[in-house]
Design a protein around this ligand. Structure first.
Ligand SMILES: CC(C)(COP(=O)(O)OP(=O)(O)OC[C@H]1O[C@@H](n2cnc3c(N)ncnc32)[C@H](O)[C@@H]1OP(=O)(O)O)[C@@H](O)C(=O)NCCC(=O)NCCS
Length: 175
């Protein structure tokens, strides 16, 4: 489901728990462990600000009142790039993985993106991680790799793989 700002704010503790679980699992998502609850909650408040500014959509799977998976549509604000967006901060709680939730989250994100007139989606992930297998399995186009791009939670620099997907949107003129 696409969360409204009010809904997202109500789930802030659950979202923070989800983020900490992803970092604990070794995911390369911009944070180094240990991630404290206050730091995780502060991150989500920056997301809520971006949502308020109309630059971000938060898509989540909620089960039993708890967020067990989430992804963000990060829209480009610059005038020449408003047709593109990044699919980022995709994580599914360890206890809910391999149930197809990430696939469902990305399908919903693509629907939301197309509704906003976005025709180009970008995504990147650590080479060798689960998300690389996910992007390959979904048929995203792999356009390159950059060595030593980001630091893993174990402190080592790792290669990042870059992907894109063109979305079909007949409502938007190409020029
Ligand atoms: C990557 C991640 C989001 C996948 O979530 P998920 O809900 O388990 O993924 P799904 O169940 O939808 O998997 C869809 C497909 O992706 C591939 N895949 C996902 N996880 C995989 C794994 N551990 N090993 C091999 N293939 C995997 C498979 O092709 C899978 O299809 P299948 O189950 O029919 O074989 C999850 O592992 C995660 O949160 N990882 C940590 C955070 C992270 O790395 N995020 C990416 C940053 S961009």
């Amino acid at each position: 489901m696409v969360l409204s700002i009010t809904e997202a704010e109500g789930y802030v503790a659950s979202l923070a728990e989800l983020l900490m679980d992803a970092v604990d699992s070794g995911a390369s998502i911009g944070f180094m462990p240990p991630l404290e609850p206050a730091e995780a909650a502060a991150y989500w408040r920056t997301v809520f600000d971006a949502m308020r500014a109309g630059e971000r959509e938060l898509i989540a799977v909620v089960e039993g009142g708890v967020v067990i998976g989430a992804v963000q549509l990060m829209c480009e604000g610059r005038a020449n790039g408003r047709h593109r967006a990044e699919a980022g901060k995709l994580f599914v709680h360890r206890r809910a993985r391999r149930r197809g939730l990430a696939r469902a989250l990305l399908a919903e994100l693509e629907r939301v993106a197309a509704n906003r007139g976005i025709t180009l989606l970008l995504m990147d992930t650590r080479k060798g991680g689960e998300a690389e297998k996910l992007c390959d399995s979904l048929g995203y186009t792999r356009w390159g790799e950059v060595p030593e791009y980001a630091r893993s939670t174990n402190g080592e620099l790792h290669t990042t793989v870059f992907y894109y997907r063109c979305l079909v949107n007949t409502n938007v003129p190409k020029q």
